[in-house]
Write a protein of this length. Structure first.
Length: 474
């Protein structure tokens, strides 16, 4: 690739805002990242500066640049304390957890820690979680009643959090794990809140200060769990127990700080994202009665009212296509960042080290040449396409692809059939559904749905809101 320009002014992009400068463009991005990135891509092309004349932040779109950035970890590092979506104040538990989490590691340390974590997420290991996932799903659904209205986003978040507490930590979320479950829930609500990210100041009254205090508490709870498991000296079947036993070829093990950091990484990756995928899939199915009818026919034919078993998931090919199409249209992660460690060429541009490069799966997934009628929910498209990892990347791609992808897919494939066999979920007429989220995608303010016994009387409801700009519901 030959560079023809070293001048930041050559990079296309919007003008900096008056007075606020390029930081004003950061504010516009924070208000609606997806719409902002879509507008950049449509207006300026596939390589765009956040603000014209600056190379601090650059957006790239499309599989060619996804592959260049995601397949070269020596050139493009993970975000760190200076470049991540949230400020990491030195000396705090927040900084300690994230500096010891896989997503913030680079180079040899990242490779070593990833190797140590892989046994905890091995295929056989995660398949052993099947009974826990099914039991917790059925326990959650036991509280639903026909005629009741529930916030499906809240329900899925609480379900996936309970599953994470059980499978990752080995605690019953309704007994000894209740305190940790509530702490994690409060912590994640604060961590992904826009005020926390935009106002990262340790000042009384601000959510960032509450986040710092809550992180200290959470780290203490994780440390107590590690101490108890170490004293017991047995593998309790959960991911944390496996991580405590992991060692590399030199006999090195994860330190306690690394154990806490990696447990935090698994929680963030395996709870909120799965809840988002489940919520959006249930929404899309409610708006596509034909697909839902065909899917329920498949599920009933294969399972006959039973919860799915791992060895029978291959008998549910439409379920697989529905999940893939849902995560194409509305992937849980909206964007991801990499930071250049050395000067590099990007298309016709030569850019300096410390350039923050942002990529977006939701924009890639809407390229018409890759996905005709990109705003339509068409599970059947997966009968005729086999996109590369850089064309379809709900779990990212390359050597830093999400380690928990197989676990997330297993969880979704188990939970959806249990719900669909038991209940029919409908949106109240004229419900407003707005796609929102700064880093993770979710319906703004939740997703209200009415519960009915599964009578197969499927009808779509009229939907308002900005979701109609991203999903063709006509």
């Amino acid at each position: 690739m030959t560079a023809t320009s070293t001048s930041p002014t050559a990079l296309p992009g919007p003008r900096p805002m008056p007075i606020l400068g390029w930081r004003g463009n950061v504010l516009l991005f924070g208000l609606d990242p997806v719409a902002f990135m879509h507008r950049l891509n449509q207006t300026y092309g596939n390589i765009v500066a956040l603000a014209r004349g600056h190379t601090d932040y650059v957006f790239v779109f499309g599989p060619e640049y996804n592959q260049q950035v995601l397949s070269n970890p020596d050139v493009f590092h993970a975000s760190d304390a200076d470049n991540g979506p949230i400020r990491l104040t030195e000396g705090t538990a927040l900084a300690r957890i994230f500096s010891n989490g896989l997503n913030q590691m680079n180079g040899p340390r990242h490779k070593q820690q990833r190797r140590l974590m892989m046994p905890a997420l091995h295929k056989k290991r995660i398949e052993a979680y099947r009974d826990d996932i099914v039991a917790l799903t059925e326990r959650r659904l036991a509280g639903w009643r026909p005629g009741q209205s529930v916030d499906i986003l809240k329900e899925m978040r609480q379900l996936t959090l309970s599953i994470a507490v059980k499978t990752l930590l080995g605690l019953d979320p309704n007994l000894e794990g209740e305190t940790t479950r509530r702490t994690v829930e409060r912590w994640q609500n604060l961590f992904f809140a826009i005020p926390t990210i935009l106002l990262p100041f340790n000042i009384p009254g601000l959510p960032y200060r509450r986040l710092l205090a809550l992180t200290e508490r959470l780290a203490g709870e994780f440390q107590a769990m590690i101490d108890r498991k170490r004293a017991a000296g047995i593998d309790e079947g959960d991911a944390l127990s496996m991580l405590m036993q992991a060692q590399d070829e030199d006999g090195a093990r994860l330190t306690d700080d690394e154990l806490i950091g990696q447990a935090g990484t698994l929680f963030v990756a395996g709870h909120e994202t799965t809840a988002s995928a489940l919520t959006w899939t249930l929404f899309l199915l409610s708006q596509h009665p034909r697909v839902l009818t065909d899917l329920l026919d498949e599920i009933n034919g294969a399972l006959r009212g039973e919860a799915p078993r791992v060895e029978r998931l291959g008998e549910l090919p439409l379920l697989e296509r529905v999940i893939k199409e849902s995560m194409r249209l509305l992937p849980p992660f909206i964007w991801q960042l990499r930071i250049s460690s050395v000067p590099f060429d990007l298309g016709p541009y030569h850019l300096p080290p410390k350039t923050t490069v942002a990529l977006s799966s939701i924009i890639t997934h809407r390229i018409p040449d890759l996905y005709p009628q990109p705003n339509k929910f068409l599970p059947e498209r997966w009968l005729g396409i086999d996109p590369s990892p850089y064309e379809y990347l709900p779990f990212s791609a390359g050597p830093r692809m999400c380690l928990g992808a197989a676990f997330a897919m297993l969880e979704i494939k188990l939970v959806l059939p249990i719900i669909l066999q038991r209940y029919r979920l409908t949106l109240p007429p004229k419900t407003r559904v707005d796609r929102s989220g700064l880093v993770l995608s979710a319906p703004k303010g939740g997703l209200p749905m009415r519960i009915a016994a599964q009578d197969r009387q499927f009808t779509k409801s009229e939907v308002r809101g900005n979701i109609r700009s991203w999903v063709d519901l006509d």
